[in-house]
Design a protein around this ligand. Structure first.
Ligand SMILES: CC(C)(COP(=O)(O)OP(=O)(O)OC[C@H]1O[C@@H](n2cnc3c(N)ncnc32)[C@H](O)[C@@H]1OP(=O)(O)O)[C@@H](O)C(=O)NCCC(=O)NCCS
Length: 169
């Protein structure tokens, strides 16, 4: 029986996280995004999944602001989420998302945004409709939101600057 555990990422995990991201996405862009978000001070919740002392999964939520009616409302963006390919389908991704959500709620966060496959993220409560009113360069059917409390339904999504640098295209 496997002994997977989830914990907050630490500075000593950086290289292992980079490798999981590269393996999961088959490219270096997401690993670079993670490094830029963390070094920019934009990480809000960052967790790793460990199995037998090895980092096999990683999730990062970074600060995002909703600019609405002249105010900036703090929210979070889920990106990226990565699991070692050999371990896909064993519940690690889901466990990372659920644990991160618990911690975000405990910290008083009320709104999370994700750009990803609705077939996957809808199981965690993300809804396309909840994100449809936001203004964003990433606005499309894959943009979804999950609210745990009072949060804007309109306004401009302003991501951490690392997103522009790493994923603009
Ligand atoms: C997406 C990812 C993190 C899921 O991790 P995981 O540990 O395999 O996920 P879980 O075991 O918790 O869940 C597996 C379920 O999700 C489904 N799933 C995984 N990726 C999916 C996708 N892109 N679209 C729809 N369903 C997906 C699987 O079919 C499986 O379905 P089931 O529960 O009905 O059997 C992992 O596949 C991964 O690292 N992929 C490459 C990187 C990536 O695409 N990250 C997300 C970017 S937004």
């Amino acid at each position: 029986m496997s002994m997977m555990s989830i914990r907050a990422a630490t500075p000593r995990d950086r290289e292992a996280i980079r490798l999981v991201e590269e393996h999961a996405f088959g490219q270096k862009a997401e690993a670079g995004l993670v490094d830029a978000l963390v070094s920019g001070g934009d990480a809000v919740v960052e967790l790793v999944a460990e199995e037998e002392g090895q980092v096999v999964g990683h999730i990062l939520f970074s600060r995002l602001y909703v600019e609405h009616a002249g105010r900036e409302f703090p929210a979070v963006a889920l990106a990226p989420l990565a699991v070692e390919p050999a371990m896909h389908g064993s519940g690690i991704g889901g466990a990372l998302v659920r644990e991160a959500h618990l911690r975000l709620k405990q910290a008083g966060e009320t709104l999370a945004i994700v750009l990803g496959d609705p077939a996957y993220y809808s199981r965690f409560g993300y809804e396309r409709q909840r994100a449809a009113g936001f203004e964003s360069d990433y606005q499309c059917d894959a943009l979804q939101a999950l609210a745990w409390g009072e949060a804007p339904e309109a306004g401009k999504l302003v991501y951490a600057t690392a997103f522009g640098a790493e994923l603009a295209a």
